[in-house]
Write a protein that binds this ligand. Sequence first.
Ligand SMILES: O=C(O)c1ccccc1N[C@@H]1O[C@H](COP(=O)(O)O)[C@@H](O)[C@H]1O
Length: 220
Amino acid sequence: MADVRVKICGLKTPGDVEAAVAAGAAYCGFVFFPKSPRNIPIATARDLAVTAPSGLAKVALVVDADDALLRQILAEVPLDMLQLHGRETPERVTEIRARFGLPVMKAVGVATEDDLPKLGLYAQVADQLLIDAKPPKDAALPGGNGLAFDWRLIAGRRWPKPWMLAGGLTPENVDRAVAMTGAAQIDVSSGVESAPGVKDPARIAAFVRAAQGVESVPRL
Ligand SMILES: O=C(O)c1ccccc1N[C@@H]1O[C@H](COP(=O)(O)O)[C@@H](O)[C@H]1O
């Protein structure tokens, strides 16, 4: 069985946290982006984070957040990592790492081969990479769109930092995604929902089972 660490993103209720823990997720994500159906108030994230087990890493997802918002989130929510899912430059990633003292995972959108150099660039400044599908030009959200990219683009490639695969993953396709890319970490949001922003415990369980059920993973 493959040792794949799973992040369930966009948790909003104690039941969502329970489902992620019961399924064996390694990370959970709280979304702080008002346009998202998964957005939650900082106080809700705090309540979820303080009651979740310490073994579940808590990640705050922000989009081009300024220092004031980051400071507010960090003052209230016990966190293990920041996920930057906007147009943050490498300089801004460096600044946030230095200023806030938490590991930073930078999301990079991939649609074609031309997007791959950005992964190398951000690998120099972030603690982790999140390799996601590039959102469509007219998308309201920079992620969480249930859109996959062509996994062959990253098959066999490696970066000097840990990385997570995301974008359009579901219980039905995650085994192929892991087998094809060799991902050791996987992130999902809309693929384990019954409606936008509504997590489905059965799909969360099926997702983690499928991600970890892959027999052999090509890790170079
Ligand atoms: O989940 C959201 O609502 C969201 C909002 C803004 C930026 C990113 C968001 N989610 C992240 O997007 C990817 C892919 O999600 P999906 O599985 O395709 O729905 C994932 O990393 C989420 O953390």
